[in-house]
Design a protein around this ligand. Structure first.
Ligand SMILES: [Mn+2]
Length: 337
């Protein structure tokens, strides 16, 4: 359960900084996902509502993935290029990074570094040495938007929960809990979702467009990858390989592999699923899912120092050609299984 009273002092300092702020920067690591984009846009709304003297800029290193363009305020998400077309030199009074640390925010990091008040809002359990001014970090929140919601209901913000704000928060909840099925799902998160639904936004659309929709090329890539899947150990291990040639064939992008591992894993009788993805001639990334018998985070770390994750979902980077990686990982997996 998220308890905001632990952040009393931080919230006081946040209020003071926002009262005196003109220009506000909001960012997040890499390409936005459902939680990070929901959190950034909801935060923007709540700041503008309570501190109308501010100008709030949401700037991400990479452009917003098309699947999120349906979200309210999606047109407010800028890249360093689109920001610079319309604005002067980036200078801000307060900057926020949400859903992950500033070290992965690409080109926006140098902008953030220069800002006097640096705010970190997150639900990951990463320890980082970056000198943030204000930290609102709670591992118990299932999504950053859950934390942002609780912040929005403190005395400082008292944000009114209207349909636009509600669906931004809701997208983060469904994204990070996988429609309330991952182990991070809490009764509190479901109660919050129910409250949000009462505002009457189109939750079917948020779920389908923001979570499930694929481009046609991505659909073909998935079909091909699933067709090439193989099983071993009486169907308990399933794996498939996705190469750069396949990406080219379907005119797909790396992001289009999202969700394929879930289809492999949700095959009847499967206990461990493995997807190997060719990054370049000599580099591969693997994704792993497990029902729980095999700790795939530990397995990933046994392959390389560049491996890790959770016991049921993990990944690793391997410095080897894709077919070599396939042979290496599969052999290790069968030995460990
Ligand atoms: Mn998140």
């Amino acid at each position: 359960m998220v308890d905001m009273s632990q952040f009393g002092l931080e919230i006081q300092r946040l209020e003071k900084a926002l009262k005196n702020a003109q220009r506000v920067l909001i960012t997040a690591p890499g390409a936005a996902d459902g939680d990070s984009i929901g959190a950034q846009l909801a935060l923007r709304r709540m700041i503008l509502q309570r501190f109308p003297q501010t100008q709030v800029f949401v700037v991400n290193d990479e452009a917003l993935p098309p699947r999120y363009l349906f979200l309210p305020d999606a047109d407010q998400v800028l890249t360093p290029e689109t920001y610079s077309q319309k604005n002067n030199r980036p200078n801000f009074d307060i900057a926020f990074v949400v859903d992950g640390g500033i070290d992965r925010a690409g080109r926006v990091k140098s902008w953030f570094d220069e800002v006097a008040t640096k705010v970190f809002i997150d639900h990951h359990s990463v320890s980082c040495d970056y000198p943030y001014t204000i930290r609102i970090v709670d591992k118990l929140a299932c999504a950053t938007t859950e934390l942002v919601y609780h912040l929005s209901q403190t005395q400082v913000f008292k944000t009114s929960i209207e349909p636009c704000f509600a669906q931004q928060i809701y997208l983060g909840l469904v994204f990070d809990t996988g429609f309330f099925r991952h182990s991070n799902t809490t009764p509190e998160a479901m109660i919050l979702a129910a409250q949000l639904l009462r505002t009457g936004f189109d939750f079917t659309r948020v779920g389908e467009r923001g979570m499930l929709e694929r481009s046609f090329s991505s659909l073909q890539l998935m079909a091909d990858t699933l067709t090439k899947a193989q099983t071993t150990q009486n169907g308990k291990i399933i794996w498939s390989v996705l190469t750069q040639d396949m990406l080219k064939k379907y005119d797909a992008i790396a992001d289009d592999r999202e969700g394929i591992i879930d289809h492999l894993f949700l095959t009847h009788g499967v206990e461990v699923a493995l997807l190997l993805f060719e990054l370049s001639d000599n580099q591969a990334k693997i994704s792993l899912r497990s029902q729980g018998q095999l700790d795939v985070a530990r397995f990933a770390r046994s392959l390389t120092v560049r491996g890790g994750g959770h016991s049921k979902a993990a990944g690793a980077f391997l410095e080897m050609p894709i077919r070599g990686a396939e042979e290496f990982v599969l052999k290790k997996l069968i030995e460990t299984f």
